[in-house]
Design a protein around this ligand. Structure first.
Ligand code: ADP
Length: 462
């Protein structure tokens, strides 16, 4: 640039020199000697060289300023923060540098805002209970949140990578591929394999397009495992409850019809059938009672506890009296090992219902001449009630299922011998959990079972 500027300047000077020479020549024609001509030429040359040096300097300074501005703009393009260029107001580049400086300030502000928005989005996504993944049109993951990693049970790389690296579940991959093909949003309930149990998710795959040739796929996974389980439980409960209610009703109806058809004329059959009808009505009434108890426990009121100080030994004696007849029928001995002075703070009515169910089971499923023993233990923070029997015991498999509604272990044997609804332990489990306690069972077939109910020690606000 300097060289080009200088050659232009040299040509300008040379022509300047020739022209001034000619003018002088014309004005002073023939009056100047050769020496004088030489002096004029020398002076002219000296002036020209001085002017040229000054021009070189000006051009060099200008070039330095342009280079500095170029470096700054290049730095801005690289998202760096180059220092501002400061020039005097009189400088011809003053306006240009000021504009570049302002542009940089504006660019930095935009970058800061963008970074802040990015952070906010990340934070929002990390707290979102829904799994989110953004896939670009090259099938690469641009963004995914923690919930998505948890649902898929894979660590998701923060760098762009193929989505197939994270999503391998066949149905979900097929759903995403379908959206890539059809360019239409789709929704489907999918089962994801998981530890310890599989998960049900509602997968929504959204197609979003910002321009003709650019689109993104947004995968949203909403965990509906709990809702699904509750719905399933409600459906199972309805199916089981109607089945269990139908059995005694059908029996009552059948025996009543047989009696009306003439069987009532035989006193022995009349007596036998009436007893069956009575037993079945009793079963029906127990079932209705248990179903009502369960729905009452499930309703909100169960979370309100009515805490009082209870004499545990006396409470157990009372329940022994209630169940005395049942125990005598099987010659089962009831042993209360809880000391008279033991007191606990608990919800008495819930505690009685728990105890009644455990004791009646311990008698029902006992052997002839067996025993039921109730013991008490406490630590600084908790107390435990043990209800032990010498009965038929419960197999390892059944131990995890007896707390389910309507489940009766080893049906073929116990259902015929012992009457029951299969709801007693479900009621116990609900009550114990409502009181923030836990219940465990240890049992051996043919030896007996022990149910341990553990509660936190509570204080009364007196
Ligand atoms: P049920 O009305 O049948 O007694 P529960 O819910 O109280 O219903 O008990 C569920 C099942 O658990 C019973 O059918 C029985 O098979 C088993 N079970 C409960 N308690 C005992 C026990 N003390 N000994 C042996 N089996 C028991």
């Amino acid at each position: 640039m300097i060289r080009r500027g200088l050659s232009a300047y040299a040509i300008f000077l040379a022509s300047d020199l020739v022209i001034s020479w000619l003018i002088i020549g014309m004005v002073l024609h023939e009056t100047l000697s050769l020496t004088q001509w030489g002096q004029i030429l020398t002076v002219n040359l000296v002036i020209a060289i001085v002017e040229m040096l000054a021009a070189v300097r000006v051009l060099r300074v200008r070039e330095q300023k342009i280079a500095a501005m170029t470096r700054k703009v290049q730095g801005m393009l690289q998202n760096e923060e180059p220092a501002h260029i400061l020039l005097k107001k009189t400088d011809p580049y003053y306006d240009l540098t000021m504009t570049i400086n302002q542009l940089q300030t504006h660019q930095q502000q935009l970058l800061r805002e963008k970074a802040q928005q990015g952070e906010e989005l990340k934070l929002l996504l990390s707290y979102l209970p829904i799994g989110v993944m953004v896939i670009d049109n090259y099938r690469k993951v641009e963004l995914a949140n923690a919930a998505m990693a948890e649902l898929l049970q894979v660590p998701i790389s923060p760098h762009r990578h193929p989505f197939a690296q994270d999503i391998q579940q066949y149905e979900l991959v097929a759903l995403i591929n379908k959206v890539f093909e059809d360019k239409e949003t789709r929704r489907q309930v999918i089962t994801l394999p998981g530890m310890p149990t599989e998960k049900r998710v509602e997968a929504t795959v959204v197609y979003t397009s910002t321009s003709e040739d650019f689109f993104q796929i947004l995968v949203l996974l909403y965990d509906i495992t709990e809702i699904f389980t509750v719905e399933q439980m409600q459906m199972d409960f309805l199916t089981n409850a109607s089945h269990e209610l139908k059995t005694p009703v059908t029996a009552i109806n059948g025996f009543a019809e047989t009696l009306l058809d003439g069987a009532k004329d035989d006193p022995a059959i009349l007596d036998q059938f009436l007893k069956i009808i009575q037993q079945e009505s009793q079963q029906l009434s127990e079932l209705v009672q248990d179903i009502l108890s369960l729905s009452r426990i499930e309703s909100q009121s169960v979370t309100q506890h009515d805490l009082t100080r209870v004499h545990l030994g006396a409470m157990i004696d009372d329940q022994f009296k209630v169940l005395q007849q049942l125990a005598e029928m099987k010659h089962v001995t009831l042993i209360n090992q809880v000391a008279d002075d033991v007191q606990v703070v608990t919800d008495q009515s819930k505690c009685i219902e728990v105890l009644k169910n455990l004791l009646s089971n311990a008698i029902k499923y006992n052997r002839e001449g067996g025993q039921v023993t109730v013991r008490f233990e406490q630590t600084a923070t908790s107390w435990t009630l043990h209800v032990a029997d010498t009965g038929i015991g419960i197999s390892q498999d059944d131990q995890s299922r007896i707390f389910q509604r309507f489940y009766r272990a080893d049906n073929s044997r116990t259902k015929q011998v012992v009457s029951g609804t299969g709801l007693g332990l479900a009621i116990v489990a609900e009550l114990v959990s409502a009181m923030k306690g836990t219940i465990n069972v240890q049992s051996q077939r043919g030896v007996g079972s022990t149910f341990d109910v553990i509660f936190q020690r509570l204080q009364l606000d007196e």
